[in-house]
Write a protein that binds this ligand. Structure first.
Ligand SMILES: [Zn+2]
Length: 141
């Protein structure tokens, strides 16, 4: 590779890679601002770097590119599913929080009711014991 090669207008040439079907992945040297497939070819300086691609190389490259696109699609699907799962997880976590809060409130309510019941039983016991004491005192004395 001759570094410092200049095109017809004296600019350093750029090594680029062709992505056309016929010359897939084949590198070439051209005018610095050369745009493939357009008329912007500058001074028309053009030179292949790589040898012509063989059919099997082109086939393999095409298969690999197709595979790459398939994998990219798969990746997007997996990412979408992951995002969906994350949303579900957040929603479930929120629901769980709400359930925990309800449970906590119910436990508080039950504890308060039990305290009230105990108070009623204690009060009843006091009344009964006073009545029994009065009766006993009257019977004995
Ligand atoms: Zn030029």
């Amino acid at each position: 590779m001759s570094r410092g090669r200049k095109c017809f207008c004296g600019l350093l040439v750029a090594v680029r890679t062709s992505w056309t079907h016929k010359n897939l992945g084949r590198r070439f040297k051209a005018y610095k601002f050369y745009k493939f497939g357009t008329r912007h070819t500058g001074c028309n300086y053009f030179e292949w770097v790589d040898e012509e691609i063989l059919d099997w190389q082109r086939d393999v490259t095409n298969v690999l590119i197709a595979e790459k696109h398939r994998l990219a699609t798969d990746l997007r699907l997996v990412q979408a599913k992951l995002e969906c799962t994350e949303n579900l997880k957040r929603s479930l976590s929120q629901q769980l929080d709400n359930i925990e809060k309800k449970k906590w409130k119910q436990n508080e309510f039950i504890a308060r009711q039990q305290n009230e019941q105990i108070s009623v039983v204690v009060a009843a016991c006091i009344v009964v014991s006073v009545v029994v004491s009065v009766v006993v005192v009257k019977l004995i004395g």
